[in-house]
Design a protein around this ligand. Structure first.
Ligand code: NAD
Ligand code: ZN
Length: 339
């Protein structure tokens, strides 16, 4: 399966194909210097598979985890490129999950004011969501994605075979973004989740979710309006993630919790909870609403008394709504199971 993200001179193709990891040369020029950036959680066999196809290939493996999205790691990578004399005609391959995509993409966007990068996402989260849309960034202190830019890859190669080795919890974590895509834009994605084992449907789930992201990003690349609907479940989700993210919960798990109170339709809510149950996602994680609300208050993006949130009343349709910030606190209390 193939789709193209149409952003004028920044347009690029996304290939979803089992085994494409072995055929990168069909879609990208590898006859130049290539630096593969990956992390030590990504199986080395994938790195070697890519290396075999690059006559002038190098690789750099960073330590896995959110900590890699940092200025010190960024600097190490830039220095490596400099030592290897990379020029603007050479390229970077981001081989890994969302952490590697964000980090390697940010390096690519700034080294020599921008060199080409190829995205090869290997987690459900990155294949469904983060590998397209052009947001690349690193964190500073504990503030996520605060240093970054909009920068697009030249091509994205998705090999669902790589998900074979992904731990189950991470597999499900990324699928939450597909449930989100279904709720805000394309209800047929929800049907896919109801047709049995999502593993068997995963190629189609990835494809249809990317179609949603493509449609939204093409209409609003820099998040001036419509693109905000992609933040469905993320306002509360990010709040929970910033308190519990590093220790206990993954991004998708927080978003799963955050979507529930924004569903203003009881039948749909029950439907989504059934999907969570099949996937084994817990929506009743205990957390402290006061602590979460406190962090949300401090969030620089949430200044003022009101905040715009995304709500869904009917599967496949999102609406933006301005609400008093205090209401978020009520939502947090509402979904919080007593701990
Ligand atoms: N740029 C965007 O638009 C965007 C959107 C959403 C999330 N993000 C970012 O994405 C990041 C999270 O991404 P993620 O969930 O992919 O996490 P991740 O990149 O940390 O990957 C999860 C874990 O899986 C391992 N792994 C990766 N591929 C594997 C494979 N095929 N087999 C076995 N193990 C594998 C990694 O080493 C890591 O330990 C966050 O930093 C988040 O901010 C970015
Ligand atoms: Zn997300």
């Amino acid at each position: 399966m193939q789709l193209s993200v149409d952003l004028k001179e920044k347009s690029y193709d996304i290939i979803i194909e089992r085994g494409v990891l072995d055929r990168i040369g069909d879609f990208a020029d590898l006859d130049r210097k290539v630096l593969i950036i990956s992390d030590d959680g990504v199986p080395m066999e994938y790195v070697h598979t890519v290396m075999r196809q690059c006559p002038n290939g190098y690789y750099h493996i960073v330590r896995q985890g959110e900590g890699a999205k940092s200025l010190p790691v960024y600097e190490v990578l830039c220095r490596r490129l400099l030592e290897l004399n990379f020029t603007r005609t050479d390229c970077i391959i981001a081989l890994g999950g969302g952490v590697i995509g964000d980090l390697a993409g940010f390096v690519a966007s700034t080294y020599l004011r921008g060199i080409e990068f190829i995205g090869i996402p290997t987690t459900t989260l990155s294949q469904i969501d983060s590998s397209i849309g052009g947001k690349v960034a690193v964190n500073l202190d504990h503030v996520k994605n605060i240093i970054g830019s909009f920068y697009h890859p030249s091509v994205v190669l998705i090999d669902p075979e790589t998900l074979r080795t992904l731990p189950g919890r991470h597999f499900v974590n990324g699928l939450v973004e597909a449930v989100k895509a279904g709720l805000i834009y394309d209800a047929s994605i929800l049907d896919l989740f109801e047709q049995g084992d999502p593993k068997a449907q995963v190629d189609e789930i990835i494809y249809r979710s990317l179609l949603v992201k493509k449609a939204v990003v093409e209409q609003d690349e820099k998040e001036k309006g419509l693109r905000k609907i992609l933040n469905f479940g993320h306002t509360l989700g990010h709040g929970i993630e910033s308190v519990y993210g590093l220790s206990q919960l993954l991004h998708g798990e927080c978003v799963a919790i955050g979507m529930i109170p924004m569903l203003e339709n009881e039948a749909l809510k029950a439907r989504v909870l059934r999907i969570y149950e099949t996937l084994g996602i817990k929506s009743d994680v205990a957390y402290d609403p006061d602590k979460v609300f406190d962090v949300m208050q401090k969030d620089k993006k949430a200044q003022g008394d009101s905040i715009t949130v995304v709500k869904v009343r009917e599967a496949g349709k999102a609406v933006l709504e301005k609400i008093p910030k205090q209401q978020l606190y009520q939502f947090l209390k509402e979904i919080k199971p007593q701990s």
